[in-house]
Design a protein around this ligand. Structure first.
Ligand SMILES: Cc1ncc(COP(=O)(O)O)c(C=O)c1O
Length: 443
């Protein structure tokens, strides 16, 4: 295969000039040039992939250079129906005409709480906040106050606050005494939890875990966790910030019928508006009232209105069945294209049945980040916004036209990627700066 086959002429290729210009400006005054690690330029191929987005509609976004992409990041999952969803946007506009936030509570808080109680098995009482980190930290405070114990067993990612981030590789700035209190256990390994709780007997307040992540829990894992928590007298918290809504509107707890004591929801619950929920069984009501869990923007009405409209629409359309159908079609089509290009020794499409994931089997002799950079570069060139492998889906991705468009673009990207990988020096085909190692939060 000739090296030239991989190359388009410069005039045929997408330009990222405006992205680069904005990035230079941002870097002078915004550390990381972004508010979010996974959206920062270091996670992309600077010069050969977009760095700034201007607008979105349905499943499509446009970058600041006018290039369009089928967006599989979706703002890191809050977009669940699609950008500019008419029903949600109308609900926001209607509320905007009444006011954004008030000096007393508003009735939307009650309406939304009632909806969550109907939908989520562990929800008998409900509080709201703005971010996932708010509600996971609230859950930990409730558990510590309720039990009078300090230690936390964690599994997955739970946000940026001290109690959790102190247990990760990026623990700088977290006091030693705080770090000591949170220990991780392994997903799909109930024995690792048993060992941890036994090591510091009667010192753990709670177990917090993502009940489901990119891969489903193995049969019996969640019920073993529940049994271990009961036996050790430890509160079980499910962090359903990712597993809420897409696989099941009532979260993984509904799907697997394992009911935690406290749960955290967020991300997709308001189609992009900042909204999260901390829900629990009634027995925690007094503790919820006694701890300090309070913020200026709690109960902000635009997000409440957006959330009510979003959840109503999710219920009407049976989102989980759309997610599964689209996942099956994309997995099958993308796998076939990989095999047609004889790249099945390098890539495959795995992940949960509602969340496809581009996975590497081998990096073809390249440094993993270099191989990833070359793939991201060609995905960007073909109009697919995918980083770190996961294909986050919204309702707007779930139709025949979109499936076909994704597969056409995937074919186009894989065509060029396969030429690059069979060239004598694949690295010479990188047109920008390689992706830099980012903080790996899961695992
Ligand atoms: C499972 C899980 N928990 C908690 C969080 C933290 O949420 P936020 O970034 O909204 O604070 C995230 C964010 O990605 C998450 O995926």
């Amino acid at each position: 295969m000739s090296d030239n086959k991989a190359l388009k002429t410069v005039s045929q290729m997408r330009s990222y000039d405006n992205s680069l210009m904005l990035c230079e400006r941002a870097e002078k005054i915004i550390p990381l040039a972004s508010q979010t690690f996974s959206k920062a330029p270091m996670s992309f191929v600077r010069g050969a992939s977009p760095l700034f987005i201007e607008k979105g509609k349905g499943a499509i976004v446009w970058d600041v250079d006018g290039n369009d992409y089928i967006d599989f990041m979706l703002g890191l999952m809050p977009i669940i129906l699609g950008y500019q969803d008419k029903d949600v946007d109308n609900a926001i506009i209607e509320q905007l005409n009444k006011g954004i936030i008030f000096s007393l509570a508003c009735d939307l808080e009650i309406k939304l709480s009632e909806m969550l109680v109907d939908l989520i098995p562990s929800a008998e009482i409900v509080r709201f906040a703005k971010n996932g980190s708010d509600v996971t930290s609230g859950a930990i405070r409730v558990a510590r106050a309720y039990t009078g114990k300090d230690r936390v067993a964690a599994c997955g990612y739970h946000g940026w606050h001290d109690w959790y981030i102190g247990a990760t590789a990026r623990d700088i700035g977290v006091p030693k005494v705080v770090k000591e209190l949170t220990k991780k256990f392994e997903y799909n390994n109930a024995q690792s939890l048993e060992d941890l709780l036994s090591m510091h007997k009667d010192e753990f307040a709670c177990v917090i875990m993502e009940p489901m992540n990119a891969f489903p829990p193995e049969p019996g894992f969640l019920s073993s966790v529940r049994e271990i928590c009961d036996r050790h007298n430890v509160i079980l918290i499910f962090d359903e910030i990712v597993s809420g809504w897409r696989p099941h509107l009532g979260g993984a707890q509904s799907l697997y019928n394992v009911i935690p004591d406290i749960s955290c929801f967020g991300k997709g619950m308001a189609n992009g508006m900042p909204m999260s929920a901390l829900v629990a069984k009634k027995e925690f009501e007094k503790t919820f009232e006694d701890i300090f869990f309070s913020g200026t923007f709690g109960g902000e009405a635009l997000s409440m209105a957006a959330s009510i409209a979003t959840i109503n629409k999710l219920k009407e359309c049976d989102l989980p069945s759309h997610m599964r159908q689209t996942t099956a079609i994309l997995k099958d089509g993308m796998e076939t294209i990989i095999a047609d290009h004889k790249l099945d020794h390098l890539l495959h499409i795995g992940g949960a049945d509602w969340w496809p994931r581009v996975m590497w089997k081998d990096h073809g002799g390249l440094d993993p980040l270099m191989a990833q950079s070359l793939l991201v570069q060609e995905l960007s060139e073909s109009g697919l916004l995918i980083i770190a492998g996961g294909l986050n889906l919204s309702l707007s991705h779930c139709n025949d036209d979109m499936h076909q468009m994704v597969l056409n673009r995937w074919n186009d990207a894989i065509d060029r990627f396969s030429n690059i990988m069979s060239a004598s020096d694949p690295v010479a085909h990188l047109r920008g700066e390689a992706i830099q190692p980012v903080f790996k939060v899961r695992g």
